[in-house]
Design a protein around this ligand. Structure first.
Ligand code: UDX
Length: 432
């Protein structure tokens, strides 16, 4: 089939290249001409394991194309995926849909034959209804279907999540588009993915509800970790004990710092904002947002305790600053909350991240990027393992640096407390 992906970020580029790898003809469109030129040269602007190889392979075999001519690309395609950003509005909580509606304006005069217009970006419930009305204004013969097909891709695992989804959700109110999309996704369905056809609004809400529930699971175990620390219980035992109940499931029960990323913070705010418009109070999700926001203060209090309440002049090293491992994404990373506060209190902060220097941290006083774990840890009073990169899982702190007077605060529970303490270090972690 002929597909057009509008937007070449995590969702558009990954979905586009994976669709091309399934044998479809795909054109990925972006208004950023520089980005399109880079993509044509095989330079991938996002850090996603395995993506470069897949793009190179499918660009070479001609199934994957890049363009900044949106109208032509839409005219030449049968299925149009809208994959542009829907960030949280500045000083608000609802989603900013300006990019979506700008795209719709361009599509509306390019419907030269039947098309399926799909929102793959996460959009508030009823957005599909608005899009349908906007398109209908200039296309009275209604030669199109508007469908919601939310993505469930995790950064760092996006290709795997596309290729082996638990479910394909198609929010479509008509049989024709439903039949065509079931055939588009047939290769994934034959590998075991479940196909779920719902109303368009239900599909839009499934996305928000899923992310909000995952954020709730994480916040739940993070708060239980606080209790475990008081009761000298290992929170990992609780996660396993709970997770063995098939009604609960063991995933997304790893206690850590506040959750971050480009989705959970945005989507939890957006769903509560939608509910508020309809005078419904999603109190559980609002509590999750509040609890997660407070979590960085709880972890900072632990840092102050570990350093004996004396922060000024202390050398603190961060191993990892991205919001999770296997991504270079800093959006809403808990390090962006903790490091500025430590700097304000007079700490000297060095950080190392496998994805390199971060502009988001470049303007903060006494914060420095160092290009190796050893250099970062040298002379520290406290080493904080902030992100669960594999690079940090088997560090031998004993042989790493000469001065061994530092403590270790493992915010991801990736080290063995027994092993580290046996090496003579003071070791702290989460819920253990
Ligand atoms: C998420 C959803 O998982 C994905 O389905 C959706 O399409 C986009 O949003 P992503 O934000 O890329 O994906 O990362 P994810 O792996 O979900 O982690 C989100 C945050 O939760 C990270 O800060 C991560 O560190 C944290 N997390 C995750 C935990 O603290 N504990 C866990 O057990 C899992």
């Amino acid at each position: 089939m002929k597909l057009c992906m509008i937007g070449t970020g995590y969702v558009g580029l990954v979905s586009g290249v994976c669709f091309s790898d399934l044998g479809n003809d795909v054109v990925c469109v972006d208004k950023d001409t520089k980005k399109i030129e880079l993509l044509k040269k095989g330079n991938i602007p996002i850090y996603e394991p395995g993506l470069t190889e897949l793009v190179t392979k499918n660009y070479k075999n001609g199934r994957l194309k890049f363009s900044n001519d949106l109208k032509k690309s839409v005219r030449d395609s049968d299925i149009i995926f809208i994959c542009v950003g829907t960030p949280t509005k500045k000083n608000g909580s609802s989603a900013d849909l300006s990019q979506v509606y700008n795209v719709i304006k361009e599509i509306t005069t390019s419907i030269n034959k039947y098309k399926i217009i799909i929102t793959k970006s996460t959009v508030p419930v009823t957005t599909g209804d608005v899009i349908e009305k906007l398109l209908f204004k200039k296309n009275k013969k209604k030669t199109f279907s508007v469908v919601s097909n939310p993505e469930f891709l995790r950064e760092g695992e996006a290709i795997r999540d596309f290729s082996y989804p638990d479910r394909i959700v198609i929010g479509s109110n008509d049989k024709k588009s439903n039949r065509i999309l079931r055939s588009l996704y047939a290769p994934l369905l034959s590998k075991g993915a479940q196909y779920l056809n719902t109303s368009r609004r239900a599909a839009e809400l499934i996305k928000y509800a899923s992310n909000a529930f995952l954020a709730t699971k994480i916040t739940f175990i993070n708060e239980l970790a606080n209790l475990c620390e008081k009761l000298n219980i290992n929170v990992e035992d609780i996660s396993i004990g709970m997770g063995l109940d098939k009604r609960i499931g063991g995933r997304f029960l790893r206690a850590g710092p506040a959750y971050g990323g480009s989705c959970f913070p945005k989507d939890t705010k957006a769903i509560t904002s939608t509910a508020k418009k309809h005078k419904i109070n999603l109190s559980v999700i609002k509590t999750v947002i509040k609890s997660n926001k407070h979590r960085s203060n709880i972890l900072l209090d632990r840092v102050y305790e570990i350093l004996g309440k004396k922060i000024k002049g202390k050398k603190i090293s961060f191993l990892g600053v991205t919001f999770k491992a296997n991504t270079d994404d800093m959006r809403d990373s808990s390090s962006l909350k903790m490091i500025p506060i430590l700097s304000k209190k007079g700490a000297i902060v060095n950080y190392f991240d496998p994805t390199g220097f971060k502009t988001e941290l470049s303007k903060i006083k006494n914060v420095r990027y160092l290009d190796s774990i050893k250099k970062t840890v040298e002379g520290s009073d406290l080493v904080i393992i902030h992100t669960e990169w594999n690079d940090f899982k088997s560090i031998n702190f004993k042989n790493l640096v000469k001065r061994k007077k530092f403590s270790i605060f493992d915010m991801r529970n990736i080290c063995s407390p027994i092993k580290i303490r046996a090496q003579g270090f003071k070791y702290y972690s989460i819920g253990r």
